[in-house]
Design a protein around this ligand. Structure first.
Ligand code: TPP
Ligand code: MG
Length: 561
């Protein structure tokens, strides 16, 4: 069963690679197979007691599963895909990992070295293809250098601002038999904040009247989240989370004040403007978290600005910080927790008001049009599901209800792409359920979003990943329809969808399926789905009128008329 691990004996490139993965701690790998990396598959066969192999139905699904697994564990997600079309399918997750700062290692089978450069079958130069979106991309041309390359891949993916690495594997390199020693397990390297930076932060806090903390980015850990919550409590600081990073602080804590993401509460937007000190921890404060760079002026915010980030190239890239803090999240959070407030906070009222805004934002708006009210569905889920439920989603207007009305229970209870990619929810949910079989995992998807990766229901059934999928079916690419109505009122074009029977589709995969056409039928459907003992899908038939929790098509048209 064991692979040949003695450096004195020859091993194939495939074996050396899989041995390296084991040494670096990999316990799960995702793939769609290809003949370009058969030698790796064979080595994985021999290592099957140590590394679980999850085979997906499309490389976008496989790579997003690996990306989500990495988000959950903090260790690099591992994915193998074949050359050419396998790699182009998988590229979506490389982009997600880049924007979400996730350590992902994508291994791509490559044509043999003797044919390289001739545009051989399915040949792509990955250094060019992934040059812009990967943190590092390279090709291993010599099997003797596999331990070196794989070690570097783990270091690069996890260090500083985490991100995706792509390594191409020429097919004949993987079958070469060479003698080479393994490299030891990687160490994540991380910067701790300097004393000067911490003194600067403390000084800013001494002068502030209306401070606001914004958490975001990657490289967090459960301990870092706890440390930041303790820091916020000690200084009585209101804490917002950036777009789709709402789980960096347990939303039930008194210092959590909401999300500064797409469709944010206008009151939290105003609060960012009104703050006299913004402390961004890990957040890049990109377009989605700043209402298109409006809430903070570029390059010099009017608020005093402390920017904590793990990547020195991010500090000063968009915003000039009064106090730039180069640090990784766990290291900064630990140091912040150790800070002692010099005196009692002067901004108690400001913090309480921010929290009270958040709590009132959780209240349901007046009845929305249609027989199924997504707000009420969310309220029922809030009352029914455990606090540690993992909620996943992709992109679309349906996410506005989820992200507004679900109180995230802290560390990695949310898997949602800041890259805004559709089709993310289902693969992420499968990865989550495989990682945490005992926890409830709910994937929300629009009718458009779901069918971008709906075939992965087969993967969920195959591996017994009992996820619950809630498909919000409004018969359209609703988010685009909303923008269309805004800019070209009434000219509905290219945004309508004719849909399959989602419940029957679920059945055909061997999953449980339900259709809900009235809000009051949801609780029973949910109970049946949760008791089904297999992956389950509930289709909600919602009205096209309800564009967002606060906007209808008619109101939008009336406002333009
Ligand atoms: C992979 C990908 N393709 C296209 C888009 C552009 N896009 C953003 S939201 C959206 C519509 C989503 O439709 P649906 O999932 O049905 O959700 P709805 O907005 O109707 O709630 C589209 C096409 C995207 N974000 N990602
Ligand atoms: Mg839709």
């Amino acid at each position: 069963m064991t692979t040949n691990t003695s450096p004195l004996q020859g091993r194939t490139g495939g074996q050396i690679l899989v041995d390296a993965l084991r040494i670096h701690g990999t316990s799960t790998a995702f793939c769609v197979p290809g003949e370009s990396f058969l030698a790796v598959l064979d080595a994985l066969y021999h290592a099957r007691d140590a590394i679980r192999l999850i085979v997906a139905r499309q490389e976008g699904g496989a790579a997003h599963m690996a990306e989500a697994a990495a988000k959950l564990t903090g260790e690099p997600g591992i994915c193998f895909v074949t050359r050419g079309p396998g790699s182009t399918n998988a590229s979506i997750a490389v982009h997600t990992a880049r924007q979400d700062s996730t350590p992902l290692i994508l291994f791509v089978g490559q044509v043999g070295r003797e044919a390289m450069g001739r545009e051989a079958w399915q040949e792509i130069d990955y250094r060019h293809m992934f040059g812009h979106i990967a943190k590092w991309v390279d090709q291993i041309d010599d099997a003797r250098r596999i331990p070196e390359y794989v070690s570097r891949a783990f270091h690069v993916a996890t260090s500083g601002r985490p991100g995706p690495v792509v390594l191409a594997l020429p097919e004949d390199m993987l079958t070469d038999v060479v003698q080479v020693p393994d490299s030891p397990r990687y160490h994540r390297s991380a910067a701790a904040p300097s004393q000067t930076a911490l003194d600067g932060l403390r000084a800013e806090l001494q002068h502030a009247q209306r401070p606001l903390v914004v958490l975001g980015g990657g490289g967090w850990s459960p301990e870092a989240c706890e440390d930041i919550a303790a820091f916020a409590k000690a200084f009585d600081l209101p804490v917002a989370c950036a777009f789709r990073r709402q789980d960096l602080m347990d939303n039930r804590l008194d210092h959590y004040v909401g999300e500064t993401g797409l469709g944010m509460d206008p009151r939290i937007a105003q609060r960012v403007r009104d703050a006299d000190l913004v402390i961004a921890v890990g957040a890049r404060l990109g377009e989605t978290s700043t209402q298109g760079y409006e809430l903070l002026a570029v390059p010099r915010p009017t608020q005093r600005f402390v920017h904590v980030h793990a990547d020195p190239e991010e500090l000063g890239r968009v915003y000039h910080a009064d106090v730039p803090v180069l640090a990784s999240m766990p290291e900064f959070a630990r140091a912040a927790r150790a800070l002692q407030p010099a005196r009692a906070a002067r901004w108690g009222d400001w913090t309480r008001a921010a929290r009270s805004d958040y709590l009132s934002h959780l209240e349901l708006p007046a009845d929305m049009p249609g027989e199924v009210d997504l707000g009420r569905v969310m309220a029922h889920l809030r009352e029914t599901l455990p606090a540690d439920t993992i909620i996943t989603n992709g992109a679309g207007n349906y996410t506005l209800w989820v992200q507004r009305f679900w109180p995230y229970g802290g560390w990695r209870t949310q898997l949602a792409p800041t890259s805004g990619t559709m089709g993310y929810g289902l693969p992420a949910a499968i990865a989550a359920k495989l990682e945490h079989p005992g926890r409830t995992v709910v994937c929300f998807a629009g009718d458009g979003c779901f069918l971008m990766n709906g075939q992965e229901l087969a993967t969920a059934v195959q591996y017994g990943a009992h996820v619950l999928v809630i498909v919000v079916n409004n018969g359209m690419y609703g988010s685009i329809r909303m923008h269309q109505e805004r800019h070209y009122p009434g000219n509905v074009w290219g945004t309508a969808l004719g849909n399959p029977d989602f419940s029957a589709l679920a059945h055909s995969y061997g999953a449980h399926g339900e259709v809900v056409e009235r809000t009051q039928d949801f609780p029973a459907a949910l109970a049946r789905a949760r008791a089904a003992g297999r992956p389950a899908l509930i289709e909600l038939r919602v009205s096209q009128e309800a564009l967002t929790p606060r906007l209808t098509v008619s109101a939008l048209r009336a406002a333009r008329a």
